[in-house]
Ligand binder design. Structure first.
Ligand code: UD1
Ligand code: CA
Length: 454
């Protein structure tokens, strides 16, 4: 099947959101809603995608700049018909048919297969087609007045009378028409409650000219939800969240219990098990056979196969190899690399560090700006003093080092291969390979002290 042009309307402010941010940049499961619309559009491999931008258009265009789109500027937002006309000069003949599929930037959950079925329907019927659906609460939507298979009219919520308001068949906003019909949009008047040029008024104008206007009923109203309010946004997040969880389960991930939140770009390998109240965000990728949670937050991290993330960990900007164990109660910050078999235990914070194979920091430590070799043991309470109040410095700990408990490593400093640091030391100078470094005050005993105190 040859592919149509696609126009995405995204110039509106979204007044009902009460937000400083343009509506189409509000996020659903970690991604601006407009990106879902663009992704759905791209799956149809269209000849061209034109996005109509207006309100805060720099922000919207900046966010979409890598997607290979064309932008049409609608300086004043005079309504959806006016928005589509703004895009008209940029719409080519595309595949030769000149068909135009119109999507709304605030109707983000439509699946590509639904759009494809709609395009196929349009091509059987020609003229103009609107996708409709039935909802239990039609408030805010345009009501569809049918005349057999044809749409006689679409009446906007603000203009509907009491009996029209009861109609539950609504316009999803997704519609399709021939490029040749676009000039008819100029006949639309803004003589309505909102004073806008409604795209939906094409119905009457087309029918007068004997052009057919068909309704394509889509059963799943949740997929074509329009987002006008924060409540709609919350509902869209709920729908998308469920959809994402189902996709992961279908692909062999075990998700147990409540409160699992996985953003839309996260990837998870098979046989990974995720326990309740775990949040996987951003560009996170988890390998196979991992165990995560409960109560874990992971952002922009890449975790290898068979890792274990125990409860109450916060991981951000972490990369690991296989078999790493973290937690409970660990905090990892960008940019950290943990090689195979590394263990990070409770109340350990790691930042901007590399830890090589099989090294351990099991309790109560801060490891910042450190390069730690293989088979290193970091004792409880070890601190890298990486900051002198102005600059940050690195701590280098070579393979096989044993760092005793409650050690401070004042950076920049290097601890040589197989060295040992006595517990309670403050290390300010480089330690040679294989040496024992101790810097604490020698213990002394004052005999009979308790007796004299009495
Ligand atoms: C629109 C439909 C309504 C439908 C509903 C589905 C019209 C007149 N009404 O109503 O029948 O039931 O969507 O969700 O089309 N936009 C522009 N420029 C403008 C105005 C709007 O680009 O001048 C964009 C908005 O950014 C938005 C989309 O068009 O993405 C829809 O606009 P909105 O004002 O939200 O229309 P609704 O009142 O929801
Ligand atoms: Ca809307």
């Amino acid at each position: 099947m040859s592919q149509p042009n696609i126009v995405i309307l995204a110039a509106g402010k979204g007044k009902r959101m009460h937000s400083k941010r343009p509506k189409v940049l509000h996020e659903i499961m970690g991604k601006p809603m407009i990106e879902y619309v663009v992704e759905g559009a791209k799956e149809l491999s269209p000849s061209k995608i034109v996005v109509v931008t207006g309100h805060e258009k720099e922000l919207v265009e900046e966010r979409l700049k890598e997607a290979g789109l064309s932008f049409a500027a609608q300086e004043e937002q005079k309504g959806t018909a006016h928005a589509l006309l703004t895009a008209e000069p940029m719409i080519g003949d595309g595949d030769g048919t000149g068909d135009v599929l119109v999507l709304y930037g605030d109707v983000p959950l439509a699946r590509a297969e639904t759009l494809r079925a709609f395009v196929a329907f349009f091509r059987r019927s020609e003229g103009v087609a609107f996708m409709t659906t039935a909802v239990s609460d039609p408030t805010g939507y345009g009501r569809v007045i049918m005349d057999g298979e044809e749409i006689r009219d679409i009446v906007e919520d603000a203009d509907a009378d009491a009996s029209q308001k009861k109609i539950r068949e609504i316009n999803t906003g997704i519609c399709m028409l021939r490029k040749g019909i676009l000039p008819l949009l100029k006949e639309i008047r803004a003589d309505n409650a909102k004073g806008e040029y409604y795209l939906t008024d094409i119905c009457k104008i087309a029918r007068v000219r004997g052009i057919s206007v068909k309704g394509y009923h889509h059963d799943d109203a949740r997929e074509v939800l329009g987002i006008n309010t924060r409540k709609d946004l919350s509902e869209a997040n709920r729908i998308m969240r469920e959809r994402i969880l189902e996709q992961h389960m279908d692909q062999g991930v075990t998700l147990l219990g409540e409160g699992i939140y996985i953003e839309s770009d996260v990837k998870i390998g098979t046989d990974t098990v995720i326990f309740p109240f775990s949040f996987l965000r951003g560009k996170t990728i988890v390998g196979e056979g991992a165990t995560i949670g409960p109560h874990v937050v992971i952002n922009d991290s890449v975790l290898g196969d068979n890792v274990t993330i125990e409860p109450f960990c916060s991981l951000d900007g972490l990369t690991t190899e296989a078999g790493v164990k973290i937690g409970p109660f660990s905090r990892i910050r960008p940019t950290t690399m943990l090689k195979e078999g590394v263990k990070i235990g409770n109340f350990v914070e790691v930042k901007n560090s590399v830890i090589m194979e099989n090294s351990k920091a099991n309790h109560l430590s801060y490891l910042g700006d450190a390069d730690i070799g293989k088979e290193v043991n970091i004792g409880a309470g070890t601190i890298t003093c990486n900051y002198d109040g102005r600059k940050k410095y690195r701590t280098i700990i070579e393979d096989g080092v044993f760092v005793g408990s409650n050690t401070e490593l004042v950076a920049p400093v290097r601890v040589g291969k197989d060295a040992t640091i006595g517990a309670g030391s403050t290390i300010t100078q480089d330690v040679p390979d294989g040496a024992l470094a101790v810097s604490r005050v020698k213990q002394k005993h004052i005999e009979g002290y308790a007796r004299r105190k009495k």
